[in-house]
Design a protein around this ligand. Sequence first.
Ligand SMILES: [Zn+2]
Ligand SMILES: [Zn+2]
Length: 255
Amino acid sequence: MGVRFASLGSGSKGNGTLIDDGNTCLLIDLGFTIKEAVRRLGRLDVSPADIDAILVTHEHADHIHGVAGFARKFSTPVYLTPGTYEAKTMGQLPELRKINCHSTFTVGSFEVTPVAVPHDAKEPCQYVLCSQGVSVGVLTDLGHITPHVQRSYQGCDALLLECNHDPVMLEQGPYPYPLKRRVGGDYGHLNNAQAAELLDVLDLVRLRHLVISHISEQNNQPDLAREAVKPQLSGWQGSLVLANQSEGFDWISLG
Ligand SMILES: [Zn+2]
Ligand SMILES: [Zn+2]
């Protein structure tokens, strides 16, 4: 059936990305309650028992809130860095796999490459997932683009890329000043222009799907994010999708 991916929701109130190759179905992060997760999975025709593992990126609630409870209820293995594990009290887990965020590992039929990112968490990482010669990059929750990030996301067939905020909206928006500093800082979130800069240095020849993700509901607008990346995509033939908080996005198939 080929590789496909979808989202349960994307943004500061909860995240969850599904990737499935017909053999193995992985969930990256779960920032929703169990009940809400089951409802959102149902919308994508996935039952909790179908999920072979949860890969966690970091300990912020919008990524980890539902992980331990879901894992216990449905006996799902959980993969995460030692730092993320230490940062969050998770209780007993049915199967805990601590990963080295500098080493590729396999989960079922996927080859998973964690990528360390600059973000204000204990040991955050993002992921590039490969199966059947196809690679999908997931890249949200980072304050700036490092050379390591530039190298790691070259040549993806699909990319979920954070366009968190518009700097002017963040500056003029309702967040208290320390939170504005945090979000806009080097260990916060990518703004629209930073996401565009990454696209500038990535080789997009293989890229078929770009999904703009983790868009702030307070400090960004979908159209601003779309406009920001437009110059980098001139001449590009792929599909551009915007993920949102309430629906995420529906299955995208890579054939
Ligand atoms: Zn987040
Ligand atoms: Zn975060």
